[in-house]
Ligand binder design. Sequence first.
Ligand code: HEC
Length: 204
Amino acid sequence: MRNFIILLTSIFLLSAMIFVGCGNKKETKKVTLTESERTEYMEKGQDLSSETQKVLGSNLMKAIKEGGPINALEFCNIQAYPLTDSMATALKAHITRVTDKPRNQANTANENELTYIASAKEKLSAGEQVSPEIRVMDDKVIGYYPIITNQMCMQCHGSENDQISEETLARINELYPNDQATGYGVGELRGIWVVEMDGEKDHL
Ligand code: HEC
């Protein structure tokens, strides 16, 4: 009898676990896109990432002019850029910036992003053009847009011995003790913009 009760209890607990497990499963609609919707998403994401890059670049340049790279360190952080926020809201999008060699650990690329980064780097080093990519993930449409270095980036991401001043390097190491984002040359892939867009299509 005792064994029977234990058995019944176990069956009950097991079914409860399965039931709760299934109940928790999030219902996600898989988005399907036509070729032209794909292009539209690609362009919307491109607009948002280019605009963000432009604002970032001019803020950086202004801050460097005013007080050198050491004064500009905080301006390469994309948080608190209101323009980006309002554009992103209108597009029902969310924009982030990630990399395989992070300065700020919070900007570390995930597995899918790393795959894109690796293939983009391969193309670049073979002298080919890198193009953005659109991926559908459940109910989201995600765009990856390459971020390529130029001369201006070198004073904070270039070579530690000559391009980054001793003073700037010391401050970078103080703020980011695990910094991996130096040693770049001009025309290299520093990271990517990741634009996550709503798959509902009503904002297209
Ligand atoms: C004044 C110094 C400075 C300059 C110039 C600069 N950066 Fe940065 N960069 C930083 C700092 C500091 C961070 C970390 C920001 C944060 O905490 O999110 C960063 C972060 C990044 C990231 C996010 C990934 C990571 O490593 O955390 C990318 C991508 C990036 N920079 C690209 C560029 C590009 C491209 C240029 C040139 C157009 C550039 N940066 C110029 C200082 C600079």
